[in-house]
Design a protein around this ligand. Sequence first.
Ligand SMILES: [Zn+2]
Length: 226
Amino acid sequence: MSDSIYLRQLEIGPMANYVYLIGDRETRECMVVDPAWDIDAILETLDADDMKLTGALITHYHPDHIGGHLFGQDIPGVTDLLEKRPVKVFMHKEEAPYVKKTLGLESSDFVPVDGETTVDIGKLPVRMIHTPGHTPGSMCFMVDGNLVSGDTLFIGACGRVDLPGSNPEDLYHSLDTKLKKLPSDTVLYPGHNYAADRTSTIGRELETNPYMRFDSVEQFLGVMGF
Ligand SMILES: [Zn+2]
């Protein structure tokens, strides 16, 4: 990791979600990945670190990542963030309709993007990697040798594919053609704290994560129960 990157992993909420702050230490600009559960705590953290929020990046539309109604409760998220700090919110174009429906919100601050585009935070380029499967417009973010993977890839596991909009074949192909091809020393920052460790590497997952070791879609689908 270079000296100029600011990267913080915050565990917030009852579902062990990880919220990430990614920034450029030189320009002090910063974006939040998947703002949810406790917007004040997120903003207090970046304020205390003297970072300025310039945007939000969405891995996928599920309410534990962006806020909304889930299991009879209203989870704070993007809507509350925009009330406090109006910033651009980047999401994959295929995820945008789901994000709007989950939040019950249409905003001119929403910026739908393609996979394989780049969003700059200060002088720090963040590569958007479209990884459909868990949801149609799931994205991972690659920045300076670090992969923020949302619910696509966990340490020792991968995202569920039995939810509305999930597609197990797509997830297999996202892992096989995109994440498995990343440099092995890429540091993995998953969307939930579901493992003993808080981070891993692509190389370690290639050796130990069964979902990264299948070499056919049939094998993958069999283990996933399809
Ligand atoms: Zn999810």
